[in-house]
Design a protein around this ligand. Structure first.
Ligand code: HEM
Ligand code: HEM
Length: 465
């Protein structure tokens, strides 16, 4: 079938063979979303009632917190966005994925990585560096995974029939290759026994890496998906191809070296902090460029977005991107960080960003491609809509309560209050976080059911419109 004009062939029987990689990533994402939020709930409960889950070693906060973060970042969001990419990349290039088998092998490896991550972290095997906790053998597998993806995608580009490389393709390719490199360096893979160098250089390397997990993995994949889904839903071309390239290069130029804004209150070199602060403010440029481009594309067509649940997820993700990226530069200022650092303010930003921005877009990407890759409508648009509201309201309430808690903590500590006086003041916000966590978890479960049924037991036989 390779080489045929495949875009015209879209019968359900034909689609069973195609897009297997995209389907695998969608299922992977939906599954880990459920597990990750369940563990999120467990750590939220531990912060409300530290003794409730007893003293079981593999359930202690320090062990399951990194399981939660690794699963949401890699298991849920990355997989969902890759699922969308493995659909729109071949479509935009008017060819097939170079090798669905290689894609499936990569998914198998990815799930082995995630599973081994859960087991090793739960049993206390960690490199104890945030977002780089996974131990050396798993790190090697992660680098192999990104190499496989890059090879598969590059070979697809090589066999393309469409000469124009639409901007989404730039973002996906850059994301996959840069993540492979950043992961290798950030996890200090050449020092297997610790996965770290020493002293301040280690913290700088770590946060260069940690920051780039958001900056070169999640953000470009999410923007790529938005750049595909929004014009398609509106039925209009992207507002400006030039702006899309300006946004791409500005992101690459600025986002890749501002990780030291995580280390403003440490003895990192001042020149590095200055660069990080100035370019964090500069991040307003790529963010504004991307959003102007996307929102001008939508101008006059909000109705189309409103009527399409997938586009609704994606468009809302772009609104939260704006909020997160107003918050980000402001909290990069040392004076502001005196109040916001080392407390729940950052946890709020993290959820608004990773779930509110990239997570919503990942879900939108999945819902957008499901009818295309199965040849049938979504199993239930209603359930997708319910999930949209649960996740959106959940993350907004979650983040609002933690922002308040963070400000109470920040002010308390700035005023020299002792921790034991501040903790009771934020207790209620921890309870609210747990409650909103249940709402988000319910959304994840409903999403898994809907995605699973859409993929495997979807009785609806109609063709997608
Ligand atoms: C204009 C863009 C952004 C800027 C300038 C920015 C800035 C920052 C800063 C300064 C911190 C550290 C705060 C502290 O420790 O006191 C931070 C934390 C964080 N940011 Fe952003 N941010 C931006 C966008 C994003 C996006 C788009 C994502 C996700 C896709 C994201 C995810 C996170 C996460 C997860 C943390 C928590 C890291 C930790 O564990 O400490 N940020 N951000
Ligand atoms: C049931 C829903 C969820 C609950 C209850 C929950 C709860 C938590 C808790 C308690 C922490 C540790 C906070 C601390 O150390 O003080 C945390 C960290 C984190 N969670 Fe969640 N979470 C949920 C869903 C998610 C989702 C869906 C995402 C992303 C898609 C996410 C991303 C993160 C990140 C990036 C961190 C690290 C934050 C940082 O260090 O700054 N969480 N979460």
């Amino acid at each position: 079938m390779k080489g045929d004009s495949i875009l015209e062939v879209s019968s359900p029987e034909f689609l069973v063979q195609r897009y297997r990689t995209a389907k695998g990533f969608c299922l992977t994402s939906a599954f880990w979303f459920v597990v990750a939020t369940l563990i999120g709930l467990a750590i939220a409960i531990e912060l409300v009632a530290p003794d409730l889950l007893g003293n079981i070693s593999w359930l202690v906060f320090g062990r399951i917190r990194p399981i939660h973060t690794n699963l949401v970042l890699f298991g849920f969001v990355t997989s969902g966005l890759l699922g969308a990419a493995f659909y729109f990349l071949p479509v935009l290039l008017r060819t097939e994925i170079y090798s669905e088998r290689l894609g499936l092998a990569a998914i198998g490896l990815w799930n082995i990585i995630l599973m081994s991550g859960v087991v090793t972290l739960a049993t206390g095997h960690t490199q104890a560096r945030e977002y780089a906790e996974l131990i050396w053998p798993i790190d090697i597998l992660v680098v192999i995974f990104f190499t496989l993806l890059f090879y598969n995608l590059m070979m697809t580009v090589k066999q393309r029939k469409e000469p124009l490389l639409y901007v989404s393709i730039w973002y996906v390719l850059a994301s996959v290759i840069l993540t492979g490199i950043v992961y290798f360096v950030g996890n200090v893979i050449w020092v297997p026994w610790t996965g770290a160098i020493t002293g301040m250089p280690d913290a700088i390397t770590l946060w260069w890496y940690g920051h780039n997990i958001f900056g070169v993995l999640l953000t470009p994949l999410a923007i790529a998906t938005a750049y595909y889904v929004i014009p398609k839903t509106c039925g209009s071309p992207l507002y400006s191809h030039t702006l899309s390239l300006v946004g791409f290069w500005a992101l690459m130029l600025l986002y890749t070296h501002i990780g030291t804004h995580h280390l403003l209150q440490t003895p990192a070199p001042t020149w590095l902090k200055v660069i990080a602060i100035v370019d964090s403010i500069g991040m307003i440029i790529p963010v504004a460029v991307v959003l102007i481009n996307l929102w001008y594309t939508v101008a006059g067509k909000l109705g189309e977005i409103h009527n399409d649940v997938a586009a609704k997820f994606v468009f809302t993700g772009t609104i939260l991107y704006l909020i997160v990226c107003i918050q980000g530069p402001i909290q990069s200022l040392p004076q502001v960080q005196r109040v916001t650092h080392y407390n729940n303010w950052v946890i709020s930003h993290a959820h608004l960003a990773v779930l509110g921005f990239s997570g919503l877009i990942a879900l939108g990407g999945i819902y957008y491609i499901l009818p295309k890759i199965t040849g049938k409508p979504l199993y239930s648009k209603f359930l997708a809509d319910v999930q949209y509201w649960l996740v959106l309201l959940g993350v907004l309430a979650f983040s609002a309560s933690l922002t308040i808690a963070g400000l109470i903590q920040g002010n308390g500590w700035l005023n020299g209050e002792t921790v034991y006086k501040v903790l009771p003041q934020i207790h209620i916000y921890n309870v609210i976080r747990g409650g909103t966590g249940i709402v988000i978890f319910s959304g994840a479960v409903i999403g898994f059911y809907n995605i699973f049924r859409s993929l495997f037991f979807n009785c609806v036989k109609e063709e997608p419109s």
